[in-house]
Write a protein that binds this ligand. Structure first.
Ligand code: NAD
Ligand code: IPM
Ligand code: MN
Length: 369
């Protein structure tokens, strides 16, 4: 029996997670996947009522899960950072979820705002480092509140942390070779035996310490993968190129902060925040991995029942891949593809009038069919 922890969280988190769980329930039955859920009441409401963010006892119970499904945390009534750092980042760091895997995949039938681009052009995989960089919380203030105030926020990059992330990206590129060669390769690259590409996204022209380490590691590890083309883009140009020529990207490996930013852009390429799924992975399985939409608690639409649940549904599929039930994961992706290919229900972010529950139900029905 696989134990799955569920943290619905704040805002639209519980609304979309309910649909993710409905899909899990059905697919679990179809594929004979036996699991039990443990729900964790964490987030803004709990914090405001009790002052508790995440206790050691709750952390220990979460650790006993094989995987965690999270909705979102972040509450307009709570100062920024309390819940995000206290729950989300705490889990990512304590459970050594050092890879944040964020596919950018445009499903047929979904409108991308990028003119003249379609599903063949928008299919990349962002491997975001998830345990270092500016997210470590190293820094502080001197003379806070005075005109002489200085605030420091340090980016920490370790050789070991960068190397495991870069290596993971090259391995992912090799796996993608199974789906055929990357179309963005030149004839010369193909003649040289290359099948796929990893782009390092950094800022080596300014961050000459941290990103020098990234570049050296990328080059050294990459040499072990002669079948994978090594590409480099500065993060600013990367943003431009993701919009102008998304087809030139295959796997992207990047830092925690840049990965956060470019994956909201990636979400837009694939039809919006409501479709972008992610996995915070502890690849060795020494602690649970955690699956969640890329989006946040969306306070502007929370409580209206109109959030798109598909990012949560697709995060459930990523969770099932991680739990070694790829057939169940593939079944969910097929059902989502079917719903998106038809002129069926769409939430307002995709130009429709359907509710969160109606879209969830459409996926469940597609699974049953
Ligand atoms: P957000 O992702 O919550 O919302 C950005 C925009 O996308 C909003 O207009 C929102 O309505 C829309 N959107 C998001 N999810 C959607 C969905 N499922 N369907 C349709 N539209 C959707 O980002 P934000 O507004 O910057 O942050 C809100 C709060 O969420 C903040 O407290 C932030 O810290 C937190 N946050 C949490 C997570 C997380 O828990 N993983 C991620 C990002 C932001
Ligand atoms: C995300 C979010 C988080 C991040 C925040 C809420 C801490 O934006 O998962 O993309 O920056 O990683
Ligand atoms: Mn983000």
């Amino acid at each position: 029996m696989v134990k799955i922890g569920v943290i619905p969280g704040d805002g639209v988190g519980p609304e979309v997670t309910a649909q993710g769980l409905a899909v899990l329930e059905l697919v679990g039955g179809l594929d004979g996947f036996r699991y039990e859920l443990e729900e964790f009441d964490l987030g803004g409401e709990r914090y405001m009522a009790t002052g508790e963010v995440l206790t050691d006892a709750t952390l220990a119970r979460l650790r006993s899960c094989r995987a965690i499904l999270l909705g979102a945390v972040g509450h307009p009534g709570v100062p920024p950072g309390v819940l995000e750092k206290g729950i989300l980042l705490k889990l990512r760091f304590d459970f050594q979820q050092y890879i944040n895997l964020r596919p950018v995949h445009l499903y047929p039938g979904v409108q991308t705002p990028i003119r003249d681009k379609g599903p063949d052009d928008i299919d990349m995989l962002v491997v975001r480092e998830n345990n270092e960089d500016l997210y470590v919380g190293v820094g502080g203030f001197t003379r806070k509140g005075t005109p002489e105030e200085v605030a420091l926020q340090t980016s920490v990059n370790t050789r070991a942390g960068v190397e495991r992330c870069v290596r993971y990206a090259f391995e992912q590129a090799r796996k993608r070779a199974g789906a055929g060669p990357f179309r963005g390769l030149s004839k010369a690259d193909r003649d040289a035996g290359m099948t796929r590409q990893v782009t390092l996204v950094a800022k080596t022209n300014v961050l000459t310490f941290a990103h020098d380490l990234w570049m050296r590691t990328f080059e050294e590890v990459g040499r072990e993968y002669p079948d994978i083309k090594r590409d480099y883009q500065h993060v600013d140009a990367c943003c431009m190129r993701m919009v102008v020529s998304p087809e030139r990207f295959d796997v992207i490996v990047t830092t925690n902060m840049f990965g956060d930013i470019i994956t909201d852009l990636g979400a837009v390429l694939q039809g919006g925040m409501g479709l972008a799924a992610s996995g915070n992975l502890n690849p060795e399985g020494t602690a649970p991995s955690m699956f969640e939409p890329v989006h946040g608690s969306a306070p502007d639409i929370a409580g209206k029942g109109i959030a798109n649940p598909l990012a949560s549904v697709l995060s459930v599929a990523m969770m099932l891949d991680h739990l070694d039930v790829p057939a169940a994961a593939a079944r969910i992706r097929r059902a989502v593809a079917q719903v998106l290919a038809e002129p069926g229900p769409r939430t307002p972010d995709l130009g429709g009038k359907a509710t969160t529950a109606e879209v969830g139900r459409a996926v469940v029905e597609a699974l049953r069919a």
